[in-house]
Design a protein. Sequence first.
Length: 685
Amino acid sequence: MKNEGFASAQMLRRTVLLCAVLFSAVANSTLYTLHSTLICAQSRFDSIQHIAEVTVVSRYNHQEVIPSQTLGGEQLEKLSAHSVADALRYFSGLQLKDYGGVGGIKTVNIRSMGTNHLGISYDGIELGNAQNGQIDLAQFSLDNVEEITLFNGQKSALLQPASDFGHAGAVYIRTRAPRFADGRRYNLRFKGKYGSSDLFRLSALWEQRLSPSVSSSLSAEGLTSSGKYEFRYRRKRQDGTVAYDTTATRQNGDIWALRAEGNLHGMVTDGFWKLKLYTYHSERGIPGAIVNNVWRRGERQWDHNTFLQGRWQQQLLPRLTTQAVAKYAYYQTRYVNRDTTQLMVDNTYRQQEFLFSASGAYELLPWWSCSLSYDLRWNRLDADVRQFLTPQRWSHYAALASAVSLDRFKLQASVLLTTVSDRREGAGSKSMTELTPAVFMNVYPLASRHFSVRAYAKKSFRMPTFNDLYYTEMGNALLRPESALQYNVGLNLDRSFRDGVLRYFHLQADAYYNSVHDKIVAYPKGQQFRWTMLNLGRVHIRGIDVEAEATVVPVSQLLVTARLQYTWQQARDVTDPADAYYRHQIPYIPWHSGSAILNVQYRGWDLNYSFIYAGERYNQQENIKYNYMQPWYTSDLSLSWRSSIRTVELRVMLEVNNLFSQDYDVIVNYPMPKRNYGLTIDVKI
């Protein structure tokens, strides 16, 4: 073990030295220069300047090589959304798993490839969970979020952490950066909400200018809810007769949560730095599945998550830009199940993560740029579980990327080398290495550059999680990584008009094919609580994503914006022709889904209607009548009024969610709330 540690340290020193040498020979991306101009997350000015969100979206998408979708600023405020997970429902190609209620766990899946293939970044640095690979997005509030962007494939940037090149898709969450009016040194914001299920949500934001080049922000939020809501529970037997048809109240869905986030933003010559401390603490009941007419469950969960992260970016030479990122995270989760009908559990899990990333980009020619990135990540999981192996994981990522940007043609290519080494107490170490390339292309056939055609091909993979490999009586230490091949072709049309009724129009369409190999699945070993993890799965996925947006001005001061998304997906299990479910649609993936947002603004009034639809699907591998789930839809309506008195801005919003009181389950036996209400008061000083 000492020799292995010495060798690992030697390899790390050599890699860092190699990065330092190559930084002097690699170059800054033309795409990066473009992104800086448009104040994206990479911009060295994004902590001071601000451009209206709608303008950013239209210009930014017009120039991208890689397809993306964005919700930002005012759009997020108008939606009946409280967490990041709620907002992601309006992106095409994403499937949200929602177990119901304010405190229900919410995870997201991209293009049917699974939650673990989607990277989630918070202010440019990835959120991690080595235990099960899933990020509970309900823990991240929208109160301090300025923009959410979804990329299929990877982000359209060369200067980014190496691991960002490895995801099948990525969600980038950008929080608000301090901005001050002339002569002001501080901003204050207070927000309160009361809603159904005894919901109380209070938040505050304080932004302070400390010097001409340094500013700070402090955001805090408290949330409490009983989690109780009425629902209808109706189930049929296989012969079609009704087994249960009851209206009841959801139990054990209570939650209290506290979130605090502190930020320091600094400017340096041709660059910037950011420092963030984030902490989240909660206790919640876990409303279990309703089976055999049983409503109450004894599951509870405590989360105590804290991380400290920093980011520095600077243009050191006229053609050389570098970035360094560091993060330390500590996550503690306690899970208790006192249900006498199940296995009694009371376990505490503790995760630690350390991340360091260094990257450099160099402009070789005005139209040709290259970058090199290296990441080191360390993860450790400990638990008070009998015979727990306390695994540690050392991950090394090295990415080489290049971009060509001509007048009507853009090309971005990258290759990522990933080496992962797992160590367990008394069990030695095990290493895996993967090489994953990607190529993206964008062509502008018209001189106006309003229309573009794009295509990409990419290989990605995801490592088995600690639970997959080492969970007691369930893990399989011989698991191989789960890999995915992605192919995409698409088109993009953007037009802005200065005069007339139609002011802006956007259309984006993509057709894709994904193939997932060595899919990690759980199979029973013959006893109810003993399972084994195997590389048996293979899934072929075909789909179409369409997004359209238009803004019209019928009369003076009346602004109407409509946004539509539609997804068609065929995700078939092609693992074994002998299986009864061979070539069946995989669980919880609808063939048809979509959303619509209609917003009307007139003077200080704002009316917003949003609609979400999920078509028929199945909740098990076999597509039979017993596993069939009917389509569902929801309609949300909100009306807000805004007024200003001197330096104080007041906004009041009334919202009605699930307007038509639709009865539906996102996950079988986890009923969602019927019609519910909310009242929000927002004060800015």
